[in-house]
Ligand binder design. Structure first.
Ligand SMILES: [Zn+2]
Length: 380
């Protein structure tokens, strides 16, 4: 994919790609097999889960799966598509932040980004993503390798990539079979998808691999090595965590105890404060954009609330929103009712809206993000 903002490439200047070419030429004597040997010298960088990473940084996780529940045709992945970002200078972190923010505008998303330091998993491989056209998207999990500019870092990055892919393939009982030459198998490149399955025309990662004298066949060998050995091949224990860590159970605080918040949540819509019977309190309205300590959830008269203090509750949709089906293509507006950019959501897709409708200069909108609104009429 070549979707990362051009600004990123401009920001780092052209020095990086030139360096990459120069380094590749210098290292042309390095045989691909020894690149795999170099790779195996490195310890695995492990997996960082995007939702957890963003929560720590106070950035909203735009849940791709919640908005686009794309099921595989057989209910589980049939293999992997190997991608390369074609964006020199962009780390897995850069890509993750960008795709979290922009997938709804660029119609593009993958399961993970990998670089020399490790893996950032964007969403669970249990469901499909938008990486390589409709045929592949409904069959494979998809992983993007980030570009590096020297051979040692390239070796580290493919090592992380191969270990991560091998682990996921073991999870789903997918024995590695190279599909690149035949169009049959479990390990695909984006180029092979373009050639055999269609619906897309990218050729990655072949060109980037070739810069290093490396190929998909070599990378297949590395994946198979880790699949067969069932280990990370490193002396460092894998700092991997379960994909969905158990969430602390909501606690109902005893009146004698100072309750402990279980989470901090960003309020997306102004919220009245209710008591435990669902009656309005005299507390002032909590403003959108406020971070609230949350002590658990409670259903009052069939409606879900978050507890934000002793006998204080706000309606949950003000925080977590709900998915609504768009019946028209919809533009995005800011708090002044001005169009934001040229991006639009497509009719037939689901958009998460927060709280009740709001009025801007007499027109009715739903809140979809901080200072982002869609007209109510697009949902009717
Ligand atoms: Zn690709």
């Amino acid at each position: 994919m070549r979707k990362l903002v051009a600004a990123m490439a401009v920001a780092v200047g052209m020095a990086v790609p030139l360096t990459a070419v120069a380094m590749a030429n210098d290292s042309a004597v390095v045989q691909a097999s020894s690149i795999n040997d170099m790779a195996k010298q490195n310890s695995y960088g492990g997996i960082t889960y995007l939702d957890q990473m963003l929560q720590q940084q106070g950035i909203k996780y735009n849940d791709f799966y919640a908005s686009n529940p794309l099921n595989y045709r057989y209910g589980k992945p049939e293999g992997v598509v190997v991608h390369e970002t074609a964006t020199p200078g962009a780390s897995a972190y850069n890509e993750a932040i960008y795709f979290n923010r922009e997938w709804m505008n660029i119609y593009s998303y993958v399961h993970a980004f990998v670089d020399k330091t490790g893996v950032i998993q964007m969403t669970s491989p249990d469901h499909g993503v938008w990486g390589a056209g409709p045929v592949a998207n409904s069959r494979f999990f998809q992983v993007e390798l980030c570009e590096d500019n020297n051979l040692a870092d390239f070796a580290k990055s493919i090592n992380n990539d191969a270990i991560y892919i091998a682990q996921i393939m073991r999870q789903y009982n997918l024995a590695p079979v190279n599909a690149v030459h035949t169009g049959k198998g479990t390990v695909w490149s984006h180029a092979a998808v373009s050639k055999f399955l269609g619906g897309t025309d990218h050729g990655d990662p072949d060109g980037y691999f070739a810069k290093w004298g490396y190929s998909m066949d070599d990378f297949f060998d590395l994946i198979k090595y880790y699949y067969d050995n069932g280990s990370t091949g490193s002396t460092t224990p894998t700092p991997s965590k379960p994909a969905t860590p158990p969430k602390p159970k909501p606690t109902t605080p005893k009146p004698t105890q100072q309750p402990k918040p279980i989470d901090t949540k960003l309020l997306m819509h102004n919220a009245l404060v209710y008591d435990g019977n669902g009656e309005k309190t005299k507390q002032s309205t909590k403003k959108a954009g406020t971070k609230l300590s949350v002590y658990g959830t409670k259903t009052i008269k069939g409606k879900k609330y978050f507890q934000i203090g002793t006998d204080q509750y706000v309606v949950a949709t003000n925080i977590e929103g709900s998915l609504q089906l768009l019946t028209h293509n919809a533009y995005i507006y800011d708090g002044n009712g001005e169009r934001v950019g040229t991006g639009k959501f497509k009719r037939g897709s689901y958009v998460r809206t927060y709280g009740g409708r709001v009025k801007i200069y007499g027109r009715k909108y739903y809140i979809i993000d901080e200072d982002q609104y869609i007209k109510v009429g697009n949902f009717k």
